[in-house]
Design a protein around this ligand. Structure first.
Ligand code: ADP
Ligand code: MG
Length: 375
């Protein structure tokens, strides 16, 4: 592969200054790289750790060029960059991740078509261009189904669960805003994810299989190692996907497991992922460390070692309201606060990781802590 190996003191440009950008920057700095971050929000989490910060919209061509000129490599922390702009940038600057993953995966429809091409097992779906396509969905998929916008959804935003004809109006409202896909609603027994880093020589480094619980479609907790026998199958799925899509750096594949223990690919995040945050404390390399190693052209560790099993809990605004007074008494809670200026009930404000030799017990104890809000 043809991209530059960075040296200590070289500069990494990050598009996006949220918590993922911040944690990438923290890994980069530990290894002696400088970081320039571009984000429209001058108060974004990454600002406090970046050497330089460019306040500009993600589609501000001039600002993106400034970032490119000042950086030895460009990476991104999220998938909602314009693919056309990224194509132009890749012609001028060193962007080992390329544009293909963004182009294919930022659109749920082309993402699903890519997964079909890879012969991955996915939940039955149909494209929705306009309201009348809902009739086809009702006939072919049947109730219940989920309507998801093709672009821009995250943490369950841009999704409507349609249980029966009474809840169809909400789906119509969503479709009037943009084209969507409809997915059969799956009776899920367990959700798992696999975080993977691809290096400069196409080396593949797998993190351990992660077990995820979502509440209100937002990741609530991750347990590692997952209490599931699907690790090898998940790796096999990832291997099929990387034959179809060019990846460099860290990405995550999310899976559903149904009540008959069938594994389905849900979606792919072409960047570090919330369900990989535990790796900062629980593994010998974090998903951000390996991402920085990959995009700066270094070799990757062959294996990731779990130092201790872990429970990672997300801290939404409402959890912080509930738990803020308790952190002082719990040094075993490895707390990360992202530094977002405004606390909102459903906004991810931070996360915490607890290392434990007894996952079941720790899980129970943590659920009690969060009970006031989420039960
Ligand atoms: P996001 O981009 O917001 O993460 P996802 O498609 O991963 O969107 O959906 C978020 C969560 O909603 C999933 O992790 C799962 O808990 C639930 N969900 C999504 N699609 C389905 C489905 N087809 N059947 C059952 N649950 C689903
Ligand atoms: Mg998801």
């Amino acid at each position: 592969m043809n991209f530059n190996k960075l040296k200590f003191g070289d500069t990494i440009g990050i598009i996006g200054g949220g918590q993922l950008g911040k944690m990438m920057a923290q890994s980069a700095q530990k290894m002696g790289f400088k970081v320039i971050c571009l984000d429209p929000n001058p108060d974004s989490p990454c600002k406090s750790v970046a050497h330089e910060f460019i306040t500009a919209a993600y589609d501000d061509e001039e600002a993106l060029h400034e970032l490119g000129e000042k950086s030895d490599v460009i990476t991104y922390e999220f998938e909602n960059i314009s693919a056309e702009q990224l194509i132009r940038l890749t012609q001028k600057f060193n962007i080992p991740q390329g544009y293909q993953a963004i182009q294919l995966l930022q659109d749920r429809l082309t993402e699903k078509q890519t997964l079909q091409q890879a012969e991955s097992k996915i939940v039955p779906f149909l494209p929705i261009k306009e309201e009348k396509d809902l009739n086809v969905v009702i006939n072919q998929l049947g109730y219940p189904f989920i309507v998801k916008t093709r672009f821009g959804g995250y943490d369950g935003k841009g999704q409507v669960l349609v249980k029966n004809e009474e809840s169809i109006q909400e789906a119509k409202d969503l479709i009037s805003q943009q084209e969507c896909v409809a997915e059969q609603f799956l009776d899920i027994a367990l959700e798992v994810s696999l975080t993977v880093t691809i290096g400069n020589q196409k080396q593949i480094t797998y993190f351990p299989l992660q077990e995820n619980e979502h509440r209100n479609q937002i990741l609530f907790k991750t347990i590692v190692p997952a209490r599931s026998d699907k690790e090898q199958e998940a790796r096999d799925e990832v291997n099929k996907i990387i034959n179809e899509v060019h990846f460099v750096g860290t990405f995550t594949v999310e899976f559903f497991i149904d009540k008959s223990n069938n594994l389905y690919v849900n979606e792919i995040a072409p960047r570090p992922h919330n369900s990989g945050h535990y790796s900062i404390e629980a593994c010998d390399y974090s998903q951000f460390d390996t991402h920085i190693l990959a995009v700066t052209g270094q070799n990757l560790p062959k294996e990731i070692e779990i130092l201790k099993p872990a429970v990672m809990m997300n801290l939404l605004g409402r959890d912080l309201d509930l738990l803020e007074d308790k952190f002082a008494n719990h040094p075993e809670w490895h707390v990360h606060i992202y530094g977002k200026p405004e606390r909102k009930p459903n906004r991810k404000m931070g996360h915490m990781t607890i290392l434990t030799n007894n996952v079941d017990e720790t899980e129970k104890a943590m659920l009690k802590q969060f009970e006031g809000e989420n039960s």
